[in-house]
Design a protein around this ligand. Sequence first.
Ligand SMILES: Nc1nc2c(ncn2[C@@H]2O[C@H](COP(=O)(O)OP(=O)(O)OP(=O)(O)O)[C@@H](O)[C@H]2O)c(=O)[nH]1
Ligand SMILES: [Mg+2]
Length: 302
Amino acid sequence: MLRSLFQKIKQGIIRTRSAFGSVLDLIRGRGRIDQDFLKELEKRLYLADIGGSAVATIVDRVRQAFLNKEIDDNVVAFVQSELRALLDSPTESIRYASAGPTILLIAGVNGSGKTTSIAKLANLLKKEGKSVLVAACDTFRAAAVDQLTIWSERIGCEIVKNQMGADPASVAHDACEKAKARGLDVVIVDTAGRLHTQAHLMREIEKIHRVIGKQVVNAPHEVFLVLDGTTGQNAVTQAEMFSKSVKCTGIILSKLDGTAKGGAIFMIKQKIGLPVKFIGVGEGIDDLEVFDPDNFIKALFE
Ligand SMILES: Nc1nc2c(ncn2[C@@H]2O[C@H](COP(=O)(O)OP(=O)(O)OP(=O)(O)O)[C@@H](O)[C@H]2O)c(=O)[nH]1
Ligand SMILES: [Mg+2]
């Protein structure tokens, strides 16, 4: 089971792995740690999209460790542990309510992968034996409600929805009511894509947040920002902007399967300080993984 999960992550980040493979090739093929080697290391780490400041830190540390004779043959292990240090220690993937339903609010820009990630997450939680309700609070487009309806039927989870154009906060309200009345475990709230510059839409999500908070104590228990992994550094900028309006508690990094820019995961922690909780590695219902930093690093270099 564990092994197959690891294989899946490896497969899911195959293009990012090739970017890191070039770092590995360099280290394995090196003569000695000299100026040329450090320059080339810097270049290849940079191309792996881990971000300028992280690259500088790592290259400095390798230089220093070599001068102090802390490393010799174990450069790969050293670089790996430096990369690992840039990520969080593993946390609970979801902070659950101590009593009553746990409410997860999902936010992000247009097309980042919110609805698909919600379906995958609902599926994952359902497999763990939890009762899940999804709330179709993207009432902006009829197709958005349809998309979530189809997923909910496929997964076999509850859905609360209304017509297109209905007040998203009222859908969120009804979803919380239903979850309380029925004793459901988790509510996942879908929202329309928005940019932080769209003030009215930001006010709308703040309202959803407020209404949920009135319905359920301490809710929403998590606000996950869905970032499109294929956008690399842009994802970081997006997150910085977004968190100015809505207080997010974690990141779902989607579409890692389609990109060589998965190194951006290192920047997210440094620049935004939010933990990556889940990674999306495909369009299928099972293509969401709890983000495990140790496995991620291992997969990058294997
Ligand atoms: N390859 C791949 N595709 C993904 C992943 N997650 C989402 N997608 C695709 O990205 C596209 C957009 O996904 P949605 O879930 O509709 O995105 P959204 O954020 O809900 O979009 P809006 O509601 O329009 O803002 C779809 O074609 C998904 O199949 C992933 O992890 N890997
Ligand atoms: Mg959507």
